[in-house]
Design a protein around this ligand. Structure first.
Ligand code: GLC
Length: 746
């Protein structure tokens, strides 16, 4: 039985050689390693390989290391039998994590890279997508999939075979610092967009995660907060986003989160990991911990955690020697360790990691920048456009004001922050270290100048009110760029920092043709909203964000984004006016009394009129939505509709289907989004769509029986261009129905 050390030693040797290792003759290879027979299923191949493994080898798979610099601080005695120097020599510098391979069996090392927006590595300049929230605003999973395909390829070409992508936590708290990494407030939209990203990443034969399981809704006190919410409410909101996304993308791994769920840490929560994820949903992949989210050996292992990530982020190497001792003393059955290894191997077979050895290679950054730009151009949301101030028609003088718009666009901070090609355009801002503010070197001003050569441009830093007012007054059009930097481990205010609001107000006072471009992590408050002519929500627009902004402002691109998150008129409209708790203090609880009524559902429930509603977004053309028909056949509900481009320029429109339930259905809120489709239409063209409605979106969850329940009655189907812009309704009579998630999979 090889010691851990010997395995690691040969790991390093094997890794050094493997790029040159001759491919053994297929027949011989399969004879000696029957699990490498690609004609067998992933399940069959996993079982064959599992049988050939020793306990020590299985234990190798379930314990992950952080990258070298963190590991170097660890006294190698902490992980007996492991030569940390070997590991450090093998880990890709700056990566998120690493699990050794097992050369004897042909199991490659798992090299892990963050995250949902691109390869994050301080040593590697890579292509950043727009934020995941921005891409969610495209309401087109194909956009997310194309982005995932691109960043997954960059991960693969950088030597990584596990990408820690797929952030899907609902924007339950508009002030959550990580909303930019996630896909909005609605379970269906969030799931579809995260699933697109995951499919794209995994199309490169690498594993993607989906994260952070579950209800990691704020960053403040993320390691100590307990999210208090009924399981049924979670099943119909945050958990539903995971359930639908997992079904639509089959992520190799689920990352359990830092927080507690009803007082039990997520990574040792048997109910959510064993009963729901692996039981009700039949999930076959593995649960990896977040970095520093493990708190035990026996409890975590028996509650369904399959891999401890990123040691030494945790206080102890729970899944190293202590796990072996737990197996030997019987407190963790050997069958559990077998299952842990089984799940990891299944993912490695099923996602192609075993058959497609990763080898670093060239990256076509020019092509990848176009993917990022295309995503941004399909995602940015035109919130307001009065008197046709947009698109710009080559005004004589344009003043650009604020947010380094002469050189860059903003990105979000933390583990999803991608080191830009060409480096940080505005270095030295933010708290520093891993939380340095990153500005992508894509200049809106330069992009505008290229497109309007006869226009005179000025730039004002946007820090001094008088100066900004003067700049605005001297121009035909003033474009003020405001920004809100948000980041992992911090929560944000919806009020813009500094004197940005005063700058906008001063510009608007000095020039009636004032346009505002918002670079934010999510929703922000806009006290100046009535005073400006146009507002473009650019979120964090990615590596070519400046180009995308310019092409929309000049009309080269007709904006087609729709809000994936409600913009409140004031924090008084929110469930919680501010984020609860403190990061450094005793354990605390946040009671999510809104249950499943997240975002627009809360606003509907309480009759709040938001500043800009979920699903809102304008175009440079106009659309007529109609032809609404709702029908049910063999328990399958289908909704058909048509959209006509009634304007004079091509554009994309998103038909949004909402359902209002009868009181007797006892939904969490009056309405839910149940379907959507984005149609690309030429002037005068009519497009039609038929969306099938997942029955869970019409049901409530009965925790007592573990079933979804559709109440009999008459439901109202709504066709909207936004949740606040309903264009047609239809009645739909539904018979009562009870079913489980498992029954839907049959
Ligand atoms: C972080 C994040 C997680 C990330 C991991 C590795 O703390 O919560 O999203 O993938 O650690 O960097």
């Amino acid at each position: 039985m090889k010691s851990l050390n010997a395995s690691l030693m040969t790991t390093a040797v094997w890794l050094a050689l493997c790029s040159a290792c001759p491919s053994a003759h297929a027949a011989d290879a399969i004879a000696s390693r029957p699990w490498m027979n690609g004609s067998k299923t992933s399940v069959q191949r996993t079982e064959l390989l599992l049988k050939a493994m020793t306990l020590d080898e299985k234990l190798l798979l379930v314990f992950g290391y952080a990258s070298g610099d963190q590991l170097a601080q660890v006294d190698s005695a902490v992980i007996p039998g492991v030569n940390t120097k070997e590991v450090i020599a093998t880990v890709i510098p700056g990566s998120a994590g690493y699990i050794p391979g097992i050369p004897r069996l042909g199991i490659p090392a798992q090299h892990q890279a963050d995250a949902s927006i691109g390869v994050r590595n301080p040593n590697l300049e890579r292509t950043s997508l727009p934020s995941s929230l921005a891409t969610a605003a495209s309401w087109d999973p194909r956009v997310a999939e194309a982005g995932g395909k691109m960043i997954g390829l960059e991960a693969r070409q950088s030597g990584f075979n596990v990408m820690l992508a797929g952030g899907v936590n609902l924007a339950r708290e508009p002030q959550n610092g990580r909303n930019f990494e996630y896909t909005g407030e609605d379970p269906l939209l969030a799931a579809d967009m995260a699933a697109g990203l995951i499919r794209g990443v995994q199309s490169n034969h690498i594993i993607s995660t989906i994260k952070h399981y579950l209800i990691n809704a704020q960053e403040t006190g993320r390691n100590i907060v307990s999210a208090q919410v009924s399981p049924a409410a979670l099943r119909m909101s945050d958990a539903l986003a995971f359930e639908l996304a997992i079904e639509k993308s089959s992520p190799g791994s689920v990352m359990c989160s830092y927080n507690r769920i009803n007082d039990v840490y997520a990574c040792q929560n048997a109910f959510w990991q064993n009963q729901v994820l692996k039981g009700d949903w039949g999930y076959k992949g593995y649960v990896m911990s977040d970095w520093g989210a493990v708190h035990s050996t026996v409890l975590a292992a028996t509650a369904g955690l399959d891999q401890q990530s990123g040691f030494p982020f945790d206080k102890a190497p729970y899944f190293a020697k202590p796990l072996k001792e737990a197996v030997e003393d019987g407190s963790v059955p050997q069958s559990r360790v077998d299952d842990m290894a089984r799940r990891i191997l299944w993912a490695m077979f099923d996602k192609g990691v075993m058959d497609h050895t990763v080898k670093a290679g060239p990256i076509d950054f020019a092509a990848h920048a176009k993917v990022s730009q295309s995503a941004a151009e399909q995602s940015l949301v035109l919130l307001k456009n009065e008197a046709g101030v947009l698109p710009l028609v080559a005004p004589k003088r344009v003043a650009l004001i604020g947010s380094y718009a002469d050189k860059a666009v903003l990105a979000g901070g933390g583990s999803a922050s991608v080191t830009p090609i060409g480096g940080n355009a505005v270095p030295g801002l933010g708290p520093g270290g891993w939380l340095t503010q990153v500005w992508q070197p894509s200049s809106p001003m330069k992009a505008l100048q290229q497109r309007m050569p006869s226009t005179q441009f000025s730039f004002d830093a946007g820090t001094d009110v008088a100066s900004a007012a003067k700049a605005a007054a001297a121009a035909d059009v003033a474009i003020v760029f405001v920004h809100q930097w948000t980041a992992e481990s911090l929560d944000a205010s919806l009020t813009l920092e500094g004197n940005q609001n005063d700058i906008v107000s001063a510009a608007a006072k000095a020039n009636p043709n004032t346009v505002v471009v918002v670079e934010s992590g999510g929703a922000i408050l806009m006290p100046w909203q009535p005073d400006v002519k146009a507002i473009l929500a650019a979120f964090y627009p990615g590596a070519a964000g400046g180009e995308a902004i310019a092409r929309i402002l000049t009309g080269e691109v007709n904006p087609s984004g729709r809000l994936p998150i409600t913009f409140p008129a004031s924090t008084d409209q929110l469930v919680r006016r501010q984020i609860a708790g403190k990061s450094d203090g005793p354990l605390f609880t946040v009671r999510y009394t809104e249950g499943a009524a997240v975002g627009y559902k809360w606003f509907d429930l309480h009759g709040h009129k938001p500043l800009y509603a979920f699903g809102h977004g304008l175009s440079y053309t106009s659309f007529e939505l109609g032809g609404l028909q709702a029908s049910q056949a063999k328990a399958q509900v289908t909704v058909k509709f048509s959209i006509r481009n009634a304007g004079s320029r091509a554009g994309d429109s998103v038909g949004q289907v909402y359902v209002r339930a009868p009181q007797s259905a006892h939904w969490e809120a009056p309405r839910r989004l149940v379907g959507f489709d984005k149609l690309k239409l030429k002037p005068g063209e009519t497009g039609t769509s038929a969306v099938t409605i997942d029955p869970r979106l019409l049901a409530t969850f009965d925790e007592a029986t573990g079933e979804w329940v559709i109440a009999p009655g008459t439901y109202e189907v709504q066709l909207g261009a936004g949740s606040d812009d309903i264009r047609a309704t239809a009645k739909l009579a539904l018979a009562g129905r009870r079913f489980t998630s498992a029954q839907l999979r049959r």
